[in-house]
Design a protein. Structure first.
Length: 291
């Protein structure tokens, strides 16, 4: 169990934000932090990693105290056994894939895990290539592997797949889920992608103005308990076409494009790029915007 108590004042272009978080993460769980930009999601990860100081707080992993401001305890990042995957990869460009992994590997640790991760992440043919020569998806696979070489107690992912195309994002989601289960990780991810959250997470913490406003399952979050039906899919609205007396919505769900007939009430307020929930009720599709 990871017990978290955070009190931190953050500065921003629109003023200060008080980050006040009290929660716990079950060991072996996969949790996503969700919320609008500027709500404190990345700052929460950085505090857990020991990269950002705070005024008051306490973080414990089982009986191991990572941080306790009342006792002046503040372990360094390398002492907390965390893995952190950034959106911008943060690899050493002049090192090969294997050299990046070796550099991150702690002294006296079992380096067999490097070969294991190279196999899992399908990096064997790339291991001697410098990271500056890799594509975005390849770099992200290396970044994920690097975060795991020291067998972290907590893996943190800051929108790690946001810049990738849909097909590659889905494949990397599968890699992450496989690694999460195989290494029995406790994983904490920041994401805005509804389908990604539903596919990968067991629990969602909604961060709003520095506090956790909701703590629920992905389905509870995106259906809001207001839509029921035989099936539910989330996707991205990519086209709205009015034809005579009906409106046709084109919705991208994974790699599949579906077209749904919607009425005027359902399309009110919808815009291209919105995340929507598609559900069936009495064989009629229902469209609901995901906030």
């Amino acid at each position: 169990m990871i017990d978290i108590e955070i009190h931190k004042t953050l500065g921003s272009s629109v003023g200060s934000l008080k980050l006040q978080i009290e929660t716990s993460l079950v060991q072996g769980s996969f949790t996503t932090i969700f919320g609008v930009s500027g709500s404190g999601k990345t700052s929460m990860l950085r505090i857990l990693a020991g990269l950002l100081a705070l005024e008051k707080g306490k973080i414990t992993f089982n009986d191991n105290v990572w941080l306790d401001t009342s006792r002046n305890i503040n372990l360094k990042p390398q002492q907390r056994k965390i893995g952190f995957v950034f959106q911008d990869y943060a690899l050493f460009p002049n090192m090969t894939v294997r050299e990046n992994l070796l550099y991150a590997c702690a002294k006296n640790s079992d380096r067999k895990i490097i070969d294991e991760l190279i196999e899992i992440m399908e990096l064997r043919d790339l291991q001697n290539r410098k990271s500056e020569m890799l594509s975005g998806g390849q770099k992200q696979r290396v970044a994920i592997a690097r975060a795991l070489v020291n067998k972290p107690l907590l893996l943190m992912l800051d929108e790690p797949l946001a810049a990738l195309d849909i097909s590659l994002r889905r494949k990397l989601q599968d890699y992450l889920l496989e690694i999460h289960k195989q290494y029995k990780l406790t994983t904490l991810m920041v994401s805005h992608d509804a389908s990604e959250i539903i596919k990968m997470s067991e629990r969602v913490l909604v961060l709003d103005q520095g506090i956790i406003s909701k703590d629920l399952t992905p389905v509870e979050l995106f259906s809001s308990g207001e839509v029921s039906g035989k099936f539910k899919f989330s996707g991205e609205l990519i086209e709205i076409v009015k034809q005579d007396f009906v409106t046709i919505l084109s919705i991208l769900i994974g790699n599949d494009l579906i077209k749904v007939v919607a009425d005027e009430e359902e399309i009110e307020g919808l815009r291209i790029g919105d995340k929507v929930l598609v559900a069936s009720k009495a064989f009629n599709p229902i469209i609901k915007k995901i906030d």
